[in-house]
Design a binder for this molecule. Sequence first.
Ligand code: SAH
Ligand code: SF4
Length: 359
Amino acid sequence: MKTADKTDLQSLLLSELHEQLCNAGEPSYRAGQIMEWVYKKRVPSIGKMTNLPTRVRNWLDEKFSLSKIDIVRTLGARDTTRKFLLRLSDGNLIESVLIPASPALYGGRADRRTICVSTQVGCAYGCKFCASGLEGFSRNLRADEIINQLIALESATGEKIDNIVFMGMGEPLANLQNVLRAIRIINADWGLNIGARHITISTSGLAPQIRKLAEEPLQIRLAVSLHGATDEVRNRIMPINRRYNIETLLSACDYYNSHKKQRLTFEYILISDVNDSDEQARLLSRHAHRLSAKVNLIPYNSVSGLPWRRPSEKRQETFLSILRAKDIPATLRREKGHDIDAACGQLRLQTERAELTKG
Ligand code: SAH
Ligand code: SF4
């Protein structure tokens, strides 16, 4: 939580806390002690940081908050994909998903537990197939709200999360500053200590921000939601393509590749009669070849109220085989969590609709 003039401790870098402590005349080693209470011991309040003198605790209390976020609904059982609906301090709802160990999709080892986090409340990009965009955009999440999703899920499940994908609600590259701040804290040894190679950002194709991200020294992974191999198909389902068309997007990806060692991933949702033709598969393999990218095929998850459907399994397999025949590393996600509306934004939408009908 950020009360009017207080910053949450979980939005601060160690160096920033150092500096503030020094300005207050306190020894800088206190910063390390404080971060240890926050991230290693996970105390619920500043008052519980018992090795700090009362003077320092009072100072912290005056300047900073230390919030948690509440889980209001959980769907799914242990060992399956579980989806969590979280309520932020201002009442807004967001979602996080916990995906059990499964064959590595984004480069992590097969035995990793992955969290899919949200970066915004709603989304302004309005992809035609996506539940997150349906009710428009409310606001960006702060770094502490991003980090708190991970802390809330670990504390609710008792499980250690070791892989993180920015594929929940929202467009991470439209909230780049807060997302990068959260990633620094997630990656830091004084923070959550998750390796950069186990952190993946997914974008619908904000070309200028992809270039900015390329210049960041962190070796995080990038997934690009392509969902169409031509401008014609992409324009039909993703309004962002009218601003940054496929060539603009792919050349930003070239630039990204020239700065990074990690392979790019193309996300490609398969939607029946929209983007699942043989011709789209051939063109997609050409783009993937140009960028040495992997392709993750994801059968579309129906969203209530939207007309799109997933193709038959046979069509999905054919699409996959065309990519494989061109030697493109490709996987077809036999969707976990289809039964719990696991695609981003769906649980929130459902709950908000239920709350609305309750009046
Ligand atoms: N805004 C970013 C990240 C969040 S969306 C992006 O678009 O990449 C994460 C992924 O979920 C995207 O690839 C998105 O296209 C996909 N997605 C959205 N709705 C879906 C649905 N109904 N079924 C399957 N995937 C979906
Ligand atoms: Fe936003 Fe991504 Fe959904 Fe598009 S797919 S509306 S960019 S969250």
